[in-house]
Design a protein around this ligand. Structure first.
Ligand code: 5MM
Length: 347
């Protein structure tokens, strides 16, 4: 039989993965690429200049007390090279607070050739060298996102297999470079599909992803999974209640995610901030899953902050209060203890 020693956890990566899902904490996804951050800033009337992007990320990373609820932050290539107003590089601003800096390393999506309406992620070329540079700049974990759409005749099995292969190649390269990989296969909420269809597609996606991860000898102890929750499409006439989403998501994950994975850090995917928190809390309230169930939210942590900031330095302290509040609510959701009443107590 082939020697499988490489499946052993790689030095230190298991503890990075475990720290990211420490009790009561989760990840801030602040890794919006240039076109995405432009969209987010534009929505609150702020032009996407390099200085505005820096100032906004500075606001997030220097929020007083945020390390109580945030274990790690995913940065974008531009952001990992930027500095706080006092000249401290952002990775250091985070690590001084005990927050692990991470980095998005995929290069976005392109149409999948010969498969109309499906997308594939780019970014493997030269990835080994980029990972080494990011590690030198202080990154301790990385993230790669696969985007999967549900529609008539899609996703195809071929598209899912291609994504699974890329995610596993990326994860193996990360572990060799000393970075803990976050593996993010996102089944989108766009469309009119039912919650049952989302569960079916998410199950098939994750089972292919874990099969490839094992084939690529990725040490599951030294990685995290960042999936979508199991939800009906945004245009589905039959929306689901919180308990239904929580049960379908945990059932799906229990079937396909090995317990060796230390944690599952959900993306919010277009849910409102409150919905994303409520769903996470309901899942944790179901009790004793084999992995930590946590968050790695972008929009669900940031949308209310952007609306409070609006690019005005006079609003920084209020916006930081809003960020701390959302992070605190999600921290409570880690214990299954979030309540709607908490929303009334914005700092
Ligand atoms: C799905 O997006 C990730 C989680 O964010 P949400 O909680 O808002 O769904 C997020 O990390 C995403 O990968 C980054 O924002 C980068 O996205 P782009 O589109 O800029 O690559």
């Amino acid at each position: 039989m082939e020697k499988r020693g490489c499946l052993m956890p790689m030095s230190g990566l298991d503890s990075v993965a475990r720290s990211l899902v420490a009790a009561g904490k989760g990840i801030l996804a602040a890794d919006e690429s240039a076109p995405t951050i432009e969209k987010r800033l534009k929505a609150v009337g702020v032009p996407s200049t390099e200085e505005n992007r820096r100032a906004y990320r500075d606001l997030l990373f220097t929020t007083p007390g945020i390390s109580e609820f945030v274990s790690g932050v995913i940065l974008f290539d531009e952001t990992i090279r930027q500095k706080s107003a006092d000249g401290t590089p952002f990775p250091e601003v985070l690590s001084r607070q005990g927050i692990l800096p991470g980095i998005k390393v995929d290069k976005g999506t392109r149409p999948l050739a010969r498969f109309p309406e499906e997308k594939i992620t780019e970014g493997l070329d030269g990835l080994g060298e980029r990972l080494a540079e990011y590690r030198d700049r202080g990154a301790r974990f990385a993230k790669w996102r696969a985007v999967i759409s549900i529609g008539s005749g899609i996703p195809t099995r071929f598209c899912l297999k291609a994504h699974a292969h890329l995610l596993a190649r990326y994860a193996a390269l990360c572990q060799e470079a000393g970075l803990a990989p976050i593996v993010e296969p996102e089944v989108l909420m766009d469309g009119a599909h039912t919650i049952e269809r989302c569960e079916e597609v998410t199950t098939e996606t994750l089972s292919l992803v874990f099969s490839e991860l094992l084939e690529h000898r990725v040490a599951l102890e030294g990685m995290l999974l960042k999936p979508n929750m199991v939800l009906p499409g945004k245009e589905c006439p039959k929306q689901a209640g919180v308990p239904e989403v929580a049960e379908a998501t945990v059932r799906c994950l229990r079937r396909v995610v090995p317990p060796a994975v230390p944690g599952i850090v959900f993306l919010s995917g277009g849910q409102t901030a409150e919905q994303a928190t409520e769903h996470l809390s309901a899942m944790n309230a179901l009790g004793s899953p084999p992995w930590e169930l946590s968050f790695s939210y972008g929009r669900a942590l940031q949308d209310p902050v952007l609306k409070a900031w609006k690019g005005d330095s006079a609003n920084i302290s209020t916006a930081q209060g809003v960020f701390r509040h959302r992070a605190r609510c999600n921290g409570a959701a880690r214990y299954g203890k979030y309540t709607r009443e908490m929303e009334r107590s914005v700092a």
